[in-house]
Design a protein around this ligand. Structure first.
Ligand code: ZN
Length: 108
């Protein structure tokens, strides 16, 4: 049996990953119309995430939802520009929503 705290962590993390994806889709999907791009998957996955200020490519360990924001103290690792809090807010919200849905589901 998996401990409840580990289950909560996994559900929160999975939810925050979904929140991160929603953030990427929200940011990039309008570009489809501007560029008249037809390959949606390619647009969502390429180009890789980068700092909007210095164009520093974000490494995998700098792109872990919520945890990287805390680890980097809300700043780009290269130019130290502030990472907008709304990104982590969507990740946090989706993580909490995942935990709530999970809790309701196991309570039934
Ligand atoms: Zn930067």
């Amino acid at each position: 049996m998996i401990p409840v705290c580990l289950q909560l962590f996994c559900v929160f993390f999975y939810g925050s990953v979904m929140g991160s994806f929603i953030g990427v889709a929200y940011t990039r999907l309008p570009l489809l119309e501007q560029r008249n791009v037809t390959n949606v998957i390619r647009t969502l996955s390429y180009p890789p995430s980068a700092c909007p200020v210095c164009k520093h490519h974000i490494r995998w360990y700098e792109n872990i939802p919520v945890f990287s924001y805390v680890f980097l103290r809300g700043k780009c690792s290269d130019c130290k520009s502030v990472i907008p809090f709304d990104h982590v807010l969507v990740e946090l919200g989706a993580g909490v929503l995942g935990v709530v849905v999970w809790y309701v589901a196991i309570s039934l």
